[in-house]
Design a protein around this ligand. Structure first.
Ligand code: THU
Length: 162
């Protein structure tokens, strides 16, 4: 049996070192700021997501928890579903994610949960453009050039379409 290998590329940046493109730095700043509106009384983990759309506008989301725990939703899906609902004809070019308690950001970059990866992947599949993923932490920022890098052997929702 041949052993196969998959590799992904990713890029590391320092937060605020000037190497991050300006529009993305603004997006990152929004993902940090929008955490303030998170409703996270149970986890105290405030997550912010900011999406850059093809017309240059930005859509943001934050995590919204619920006392019946599974009813809450992650920041990424709040933002992705809002963008797809309000701007179905625009494509999403980039997503920035930041998290932490209160003003304190996580040291390491926040990485999305499996369910959010699946949603991000299908949103990307609906458009003819990859979505860059920028994951923010205090000590570094990681960039992926496409959602594909977040999920190998992903379930392909489009296979359900006849
Ligand atoms: N959360 C997100 O919003 N995004 C992620 O990528 C990971 C987790 C939220 C869900 C829950 O409100 C809290 O963070 C703790 O898991």
């Amino acid at each position: 049996m041949p052993q196969m290998q998959l590799t992904i590329s990713y890029w590391e940046y320092d937060l605020n070192d000037g190497a991050i493109p300006q529009d993305i730095q603004r997006l990152i700043d929004k993902s940090i700021a929008v955490r303030e509106g998170a409703y996270a009384p149970y986890s105290r983990f405030q997550v912010g997501a900011a999406l850059l759309l093809s017309d240059g506008s930005v859509v943001t989301g934050n995590n919204q928890e619920n006392g019946a725990y599974p009813s809450g939703l992650c920041a990424e899906r709040v933002a992705m579903f809002y963008a797809n609902a309000q701007y179905p004809h625009l494509s999403i070019r980039a997503i920035a994610l930041a998290a932490g308690e209160g003003a304190d950001l996580t040291q390491s970059p926040i990485t999305p949960c499996g369910a959010c990866r699946q949603v991000m992947l299908e949103s990307q599949g609906r458009q003819n453009h990859p979505i860059e993923v920028w994951m923010v932490g205090k000590n570094k920022v990681i960039k992926l050039s496409s959602v594909d890098s977040l999920m190998t052997f992903a379930f392909d929702g489009s296979s359900l379409k006849k």
